[in-house]
Design a protein around this ligand. Sequence first.
Ligand SMILES: *[C@@H]1O[C@H](CO)[C@@H](O)[C@H](O)[C@H]1NC(C)=O
Ligand SMILES: *[C@@H]1O[C@H](CO)[C@@H](O)[C@H](O)[C@H]1NC(C)=O
Ligand SMILES: *[C@@H]1O[C@H](CO)[C@@H](O)[C@H](O)[C@H]1NC(C)=O
Length: 431
Amino acid sequence: LFPGEETGSVMSLIPLIYCVFFALLVGGAHGFVFSCNEIKNKLINQNLQEPTRFVCLMTQDGYKNLDSLKSIYAQSDKISVSFADLLNNCAERPSNGPWRIVADLPITLDCEQELSLIFTSSPSIILHEPGTLAFNGEVTIVRPETGIRINNKQCTGSGNVTIFTGAGSGVAEYRFPMTSWTCAEMPDWIVSFESVISVTIDSGVDLTAELSWHDHSSEIIVSHFDRMAVMSSGRSDDVQLLEKYINSVTFKSSAKVPMSVRCDSHFENGNYLTLYTDSIEFYSDSKNITSGEYAWSDTASLFEIDYKTTPVASEDLWNNQDNFVCEFTLGGAALVVSTTQATNIVGKDPYCQCGLTKFGMPEDNWNPSEIWVDIAIILDTSEAMGSVQLINAASLIDSFFGTDDEDVLTTNTTAKFYTRVGLIAMSDKAE
Ligand SMILES: *[C@@H]1O[C@H](CO)[C@@H](O)[C@H](O)[C@H]1NC(C)=O
Ligand SMILES: *[C@@H]1O[C@H](CO)[C@@H](O)[C@H](O)[C@H]1NC(C)=O
Ligand SMILES: *[C@@H]1O[C@H](CO)[C@@H](O)[C@H](O)[C@H]1NC(C)=O
């Protein structure tokens, strides 16, 4: 990815007209990842300098405006490389001077299509094409027009997989950790609404995943027991807040399954998430998720998260600090039984002989209000469960039993048929 000799060869060709702010040095740089409008409004011929070893430029798929890139340059120690030469590549600075972005006047950069300009000191691999990946060390994934999907195919070994917003060498270059999982906990699907994320794996981990682009409108087909993570952050770059991006993801399973979702979020500017499922009858009954920790469970076959943002004008794109990670867990025991014999039976429950779908769920034509059952649940609360699994188990139980309309089995003792539930929490002793 590094262009080798090209940096030096273009240096003497450039007639630069600006040179006005040259004497001014600015200490702190706001970010190390820049979208097209930020390049235009904050970098070109401004006094912002970035003290990193590399600069990389990625363009969106089918980028057309190549001509305008010929007269914009990344410059370090008076050596310049034009954006046209840098295209989908990185350049290394000739010595230790900072980078500055300069352009011939008039500036012709058109931001109808997106660019990502990345200043980084880390020589990590930069990926900007979809495909199957065997991860190694650190990779940075760039999709200038936003929307990244990672489908975990296989993760083995001990150690963590960590997702970061941004690129570069750690927090000093605005690469902030979003979340970290062991292989066993790693979701099947990771969706990011961002343009630049990084993934690191610990040395004992082997991870193979399919990288694809998230288009915000097509559904992702998931299976019973899948786990999904949805995330976004403004801490590195916030191009996803531009009015033209509608940040949304829909997961669809072929049958209704128990689902629990947990979010950890921080929002600014009145931004929030909305969560819909197909068990909610009206969109007005959707769940809004604002800053804080959030947990909810439901039984549904369609789960949608929308990131509702107050659009930011292109010249104000800069320093939004929104940050959220939501994790969906599907499945759990098929706790419900059918009282009617159905057609199209894939399997039979050995106890009730009722029809089950391939997901282990009862056939559709059963009526939970006709179920009359006593259930004892034994919940492993030992340390090995981990607090996340424990909260997921608790919210799954909570979503199944209770007196709300959304509960699968009612515990309302005035109903004709109701469920009695006993809960035993077990660690070293039962309670
Ligand atoms: C690995 O991930 C777990 C969460 O799944 C976290 O608690 C732990 O701190 C992580 N370990 C490292 C070294 O990041
Ligand atoms: C979610 O927030 C939006 C905007 O404030 C509001 O219009 C909508 O009614 C809220 N939905 C729920 C279920 O609270
Ligand atoms: C329990 O069921 C009765 C009869 O269907 C109903 O009137 C009552 O509101 C229910 N109680 C709760 C707490 O849902």
